[in-house]
Each structure stands twice: as structure tokens, then as C-alpha cells.
Design a protein. Structure first.
Ligand code: COA
Length: 424
């Protein structure tokens, strides 16, 4: 028994933000029915193709454990099938451009008429306001949500991050909204709308930067490197390079082999509680009692000197040796791990965070499994569906189409080309 067993999701999502949400729900046990345009499907199926003729990794890695039905929702019979799906399912998830569902004839009013228990969950780029009609992709959200203006180095361009906080981050927010709405429905019996705007999701993840914006009124942000470098602060939270976001100063430092290995670095945090141990490890025991270095406030204007000294030591060790030496001493450090290293990390394979999945068109590939572990509802990762792989199954088993009615749907063009063996 899985946590969300029995919950049916009408999955109208595409690209990344929506699919990450419905993939999580599928891993928690929901029956996710992905509706795709006949002959085309989710645009990512054929984007960044690495194996000719096969669904791309972009698609396969975002659509595990789902079923796929092809349906032209602009065709009259297609609309009829969609109506039956709306009546049958518990949640409709979509991340179309603003207005697309209304144009299709399935706005919130209509959905409520068809199924008052339905939860209709949407990802949009922006919430209500001046930009509500805009189409949005990942990096636009990172820019409009405050991440880009606070990422990168002082005096350099705003920077986007590799973590897909706009798409996958908003998908996570939406998934939480959906299960919360399902929980409320248990008591109220009513559905509701759930909206996760990408700008809002990114801003939520940049909460500490809005904190710093307000702290600026009280003076310079002393834990930022620029404070120790005597560079004045402006009106807005600046880019902080690799400075630690919290009150415990940290930096990325070179490790042994940095000259040839682009990832031979460690993150090193000078947590106040372990300062004496740090002094001993790096060979500066005299800093333990020196009033210029002994306390966190005394160190703040000298962070460059402090981290230069620590780096002299980290350069003599590999990033893993730094970890091995510092961890037993409770000094918080972290190696910069490349995707190649993560892909080979045995412990991540053991926990199912990295999984190998087999696919009929492309063979085995690696994916990120469910990052949230439920002890009573473990996630088994199953390959993504081929386009329309479950069309017949969903029409007959979920919606109860049979006989002449099924033939009518098949010949209407609503589900696209019917495979010979399926039609027989
Ligand atoms: N049958 C018939 N038509 C279908 C269909 C189906 N099964 N599925 C989709 N369509 C139609 C839609 O109705 C829409 O038609 P319309 O514009 O005539 O009303 C059309 O396909 C395209 O949908 P749209 O969402 O506009 O796709 P797009 O490729 O132009 O835009 C995005 C892509 C991501 C920019 C846009 O969907 C968006 O801004 N989404 C919200 C924010 C978001 O999630 N962004 C992150 C994506 S990772």
C-alpha cells in the first residue's frame, strides 16, 4: 500500500515544473494519467535527443511511474473523453501558458461543474498582477524571483544557478499544495484551486536574501566578504559570491589537485563553536587566544586573511581528506562533488536517490530517484511511458469505454493514430 494509492491525477503537465510535481505524486503511489497531444506529446520527448528515435533523457527523467494517454482535447470527442477523465480523477495538474485551459473549454468554473471534489493545481510563471499573462521558463523565474540578482560575484553579471529552483522548485511547492488540498478535502468534501507561481517559489527559496535586504538599514552586512574588503554596500542585497548565507562565515577553498581538476575544492565553514579546533588543524594555534581572531566579531574584518590561511592547509589535502580530517572534529566542510562523482556514489545508489532504469527505446540510463523517503511508502522507480502507451487501457479500464462507444472514440481522430494491434 502506497501513501497516495487510490488518488487519480489527471496530468496535463509538460516540460519540467509540472512533471516534477506529478512524478513525485506518482512515486507516493498516485495513479498519474498524463494527457498528451496525439503524435506530438510533451515537447521534451524530442528535446536534447541523445539517442536517435528514443525519448530524451529530459523526458524520461521527469516522467517516471506515469501512464500516457494521447488525446486531442480540441476535438469534440476528445473533449468528451476529457470530461470523463475530469469526473473520474481527484486532481488536475497543469502548467500551460496562462489562458490555455480556458481556451480549451476547461476553466475552473467548468471543472467545478463537472466534479466539485476536483483539486485543480497550476504552475504559472507569475501570480495575479502585471505579469500574470507571461510565459515563463526556468531562468526567467530565477531572474524575476530574486535569485539571479543575489547570485554570482560582486561587480560581475547576475548569475543563474544550476539547481532548477524555478521549475523543479515550484513543482515541489505545487506537490505540497496538492496533498494539503487533498487533506482538507477529507474534511470538507470540496475541491479547490492550488496555484504555485514560479516567481513566488523562487522568492520563497531566496527568503534569506529578503532578510538581508532589511538588515541593510541597520548597517553593512558584516558576514559578506565585501565588508572585510571595505567595499561599501548599495541599496539592495548584493551578490555574495560563495559567502555562507548564514551567520557562520564560509568559503569555497582550493584543495590538492585544483590546478587540473575543476572540482578539487571544498566548502569550509568557520563555525564559531569549533574555532579552536580549526586553529589547531590549520597550524595556527596562536589564533585561539589572540583577541584579533578569538571571537567571531573580531574575525569579520579579517575573513580574507583567515580563509587564505585555511586554504594554505586545504591545498595540501584532497577534498575527501579535508572531509575525513574535519568531520570527526565537527568542523562543517563539504567536497564540491561533480555529476560524474555523484553518478558513481555507492551510498546514493543504495538509498535509491540515484537509480538505473531500463527503457525499451534507449536501454539503461541513470536518474534521480525520489528524494523524499517514506518508511511506509517506498518509491519504486518505473520507466516513463511511451507516447500513448496506455491510451487503450485508460479508455477501457479507467473510463469504462467498450463496444461501439469505444469504436467511436477510436475512429474520431481524438486519440490519434490507433495502433493496429490495439484496434483489433
Ligand atoms: N490537445 C490539444 N491541444 C493541446 C493539448 C492536447 N492534448 N495539450 C496542449 N494543447 C495546446 C494548448 O491548449 C495550447 O493551445 P492554445 O495556445 O491554442 O490555447 C497549446 O497546446 C500550447 O500550450 P502552451 O502551454 O502555451 O505551450 P508553449 O509551448 O507555447 O509554452 C511554456 C510553454 C512552458 C512557456 C508555457 O506552457 C508556460 O508559460 N507555462 C507556465 C509556466 C511554466 O510552467 N513554465 C515552466 C515550464 S518548465
Amino acid at each position: 500500500m502506497k501513501a497516495l494509492e487510490g488518488v487519480k491525477i489527471l496530468d496535463f503537465t509538460h516540460v519540467q515544473s509540472g512533471p516534477t510535481c506529478t512524478q513525485l505524486l506518482a512515486w507516493f503511489g498516485a495513479d498519474v494519467i498524463k494527457v498528451e497531444r496525439p503524435g506530438v506529446g510533451d515537447a521534451t520527448r524530442k528535446q536534447l535527443v541523445d539517442v536517435e528515435g528514443a525519448d530524451s533523457l529530459y523526458f524520461t527523467m521527469l516522467n517516471h511511474n506515469k501512464r500516457s494517454i494521447t488525446l486531442n482535447t480540441k476535438n469534440e470527442t476528445g473533449k468528451e473523453v476529457l470530461e470523463r477523465l475530469v469526473k473520474e480523477c481527484d486532481v488536475l495538474v497543469e502548467n500551460f501558458a496562462p489562458g490555455a485551459l480556458d481556451r480549451m473549454g476547461f476553466g475552473w468554473e467548468r471543472i467545478q461543474e463537472l466534479n466539485p471534489r476536483m483539486i485543480m493545481a497550476s504552475v504559472k510563471g507569475f501570480g495575479p498582477g502585471p505579469y500574470e499573462d507571461c510565459k515563463v521558463y526556468e531562468n526567467v523565474a530565477q531572474c524575476a524571483g530574486g535569485a539571479a540578482s543575489t547570485t554570482g560575484f560582486l561587480g560581475n553579471l547576475p548569475m543563474v544557478t544550476g539547481a532548477q529552483i524555478g521549475d523543479s522548485g515550484t513543482g515541489l511547492h505545487l506537490a505540497l499544495g496538492i496533498v494539503t488540498a487533498l487533506f482538507q478535502r477529507e474534511k470538507s468534501g470540496k475541491g479547490q484551486r492550488v496555484l504555485a507561481a514560479m516567481q513566488d517559489g523562487v522568492l520563497n527559496l531566496c527568503r534569506v536574501k529578503l532578510r538581508d535586504q532589511q538588515r541593510l538599514k541597520a548597517g553593512p552586512l558584516k558576514e559578506y566578504s565585501q565588508y572585510g574588503e571595505d567595499i561599501p554596500f548599495g541599496d539592495a542585497t548584493p551578490r555574495a559570491g560563495n559567502d555562507s548565507g548564514g551567520g557562520q562565515p564560509g568559503r569555497i577553498l582550493k584543495c590538492k589537485g585544483w590546478q587540473s581538476d575543476p572540482d578539487a575544492y571544498t566548502y569550509f565553514i568557520t563555525q564559531a563553536a569549533v574555532w579552536p579546533k580549526i586553529c589547531d588543524v590549520i597550524g595556527k594555534p596562536e589564533w585561539k587566544d589572540d583577541p584579533d581572531y578569538a571571537t567571531p566579531p573580531a574575525r569579520l574584518p579579517r575573513l580574507n586573511e583567515v580563509f587564505d590561511a585555511i586554504e594554505e592547509w586545504t591545498k595540501t589535502k584532497t577534498k575527501f581528506e579535508v572531509m575525513d580530517i574535519c568531520n570527526p572534529l565537527d568542523i562543517p566542510v563539504g567536497p564540491i562533488l561533480s555529476m560524474q562523482e555523484l553518478a558513481q556514489e555507492a551510498s546514493l545508489r543504495e538509498t535509491g536517490t540515484i537509480v538505473e532504469v531500463d527503457h525499451p527505446e534507449r536501454g539503461p540510463y541513470l536518474s534521480v530517484g525520489c528524494p523524499i523517503k517514506l518508511s511506509e511508502s517506498p518509491a519504486d522507480v518505473k520507466r516513463s511511458p511511451l507516447l500513448g502507451e496506455h491510451t487503450e487501457e485508460i479508455l477501457t479500464e479507467v473510463l469504462g469505454y467498450a463496444g461501439e462507444e469505444l469504436d467511436r472514440v477510436r475512429s474520431s481522430g481524438a486519440i490519434g493514430e490507433v495502433k493496429q494491434e490495439a484496434a483489433e
